[in-house]
Design a protein around this ligand. Structure first.
Ligand code: UDP
Length: 341
């Protein structure tokens, strides 16, 4: 299949390119390097050939030309900004990058006659679900509590409206919204890793502390209504997440409207992640108990039985220590990440 991967220099997009190449697909990717790593593209070039364009996913004319020229069959749309805390500070940037650019991309797909997309959505679209709705099913009401969650949820809304209109016009459009929980780990041959600039994610921050690159780690809130007072998240291995994309891509037909939660179905608290990192790395680091971070819901973990029942996908990596171990192996070889920017 001819697949366009937006955000291919990012953590998840780069893993998608790797897997698509390994499976024999033809890959075209675009990234503006506002968040991604040039080092990820270099690492991928060592694995196999793919077309890469440095540019803006929100540039409708550029994207339409690219998709026409490359004969794209399906888009995997990863390009986005994804920090909850940052989205509280610069909401317009989140709506521009995540929502407006996605609309421009859909217009470009329409211009180029590309009829299928797998969209990276988020569990942040559920906001703060009541305790009796956790584990979270896809029919849980979506009530985001931060601009990041809204910026993605709006795109879901757009996709449903666009899909209906295309269906009524007799040109069925297939889309899937994959609502990711917390993605971690990296490819097990350590060719790619997780390296955000700035880094805000818990597991990479713990690993940087273990490496001595950070003096300490701060726990954002210890007074949540959870067993140990810290937030609970569902950490899903990036290889499993990409596996879900491949599974969905193969199943996605004309007129499909699919939404799936992608998680392991179990949650780990911030304290449990810190403890697991200490075990895996064998290194101690200072932990400071700090105030809550704005926009953080206390508990998010998935009920992923819908994608299991419909498409047979289940997460293979369900052990938090194993997921951290994969990330740690890459970090040991790349102590400064991709070492650039
Ligand atoms: N967290 C923390 N300290 C940090 C970074 C994150 O306590 O330095 C917490 C954060 O408040 C959340 C959890 O770890 O409860 C996961 O945060 P992350 O940013 O990794 O992912 P998110 O859930 O925001 O997508």
């Amino acid at each position: 299949m001819n697949v366009l991967v937006t955000g291919g220099a990012g953590f998840i997009g780069s893993h998608a390119i790797l897997r698509l190449m390994e499976d024999g697909h033809t890959v075209t990717s675009i990234d503006d390097f506002s968040r991604g790593n040039r080092g990820a593209i270099a690492a991928l070039r060592a694995v196999g050939p793919f077309e890469f364009v440095e540019g803006d996913v929100g540039d409708r004319a550029l994207m339409a030309t690219l998709m026409r020229d490359r004969g794209i069959d399906l888009v995997m749309h990863f390009a986005a900004k994804a920090y909850v805390g940052e989205s509280m500070d610069i909401p317009l940037t989140y709506y521009a990058t995540n929502t407006s650019a996605s609309i421009a991309l859909l217009q470009a797909m329409d211009d180029a006659g590309v009829e299928r997309i797998v969209f990276s959505s988020t569990c942040a679209s559920y906001g703060e679900p009541p305790a009796d709705r956790v584990p979270i099913r896809e029919d849980c009401p979506q009530r985001p509590i931060n601009p990041y969650g809204y910026s993605k949820w709006f795109v879901e809304r757009v996709l449903f409206d666009h899909g209906r209109a295309k269906r009524e016009a007799g040109r069925p459009f297939g889309f899937a919204c994959l609502r990711y929980f917390n993605v971690a780990g990296n490819d097990q041959k350590s060719r790619l890793g997780e390296d955000h600039r700035p880094e805000t994610h818990l597991i990479p921050i713990c690993l940087e502390a273990a490496l001595g690159h950070r003096k300490s780690i701060t726990v954002f809130g210890t007074d949540y209504a959870t067993p140990d007072g810290t937030c609970i998240r569902d950490y899903v291995h990036v290889s499993d997440l990409i596996d879900a994309h491949i599974t969905v891509m193969s199943a996605l037909g004309p007129g499909d409207e699919r939404t799936y939660n992608i998680g392991i179905g179990d949650g780990s608290s911030v304290r449990e992640v810190i403890e697991a990192t200490r075990d895996v790395t064998g290194r101690a680091f200072e932990v400071i108990e700090g105030p809550r971070r704005a926009g953080d819901p206390p508990m998010l973990y998935a009920d992923s039985s819908k994608i299991r029942d419909e498409l047979g996908w289940v997460a293979k990596h369900t052990d938090l220590r194993g997921i951290i171990d994969d990330a740690w192996r890459w970090r040991q070889v790349h102590p400064h990440g991709y070492g650039e920017q």
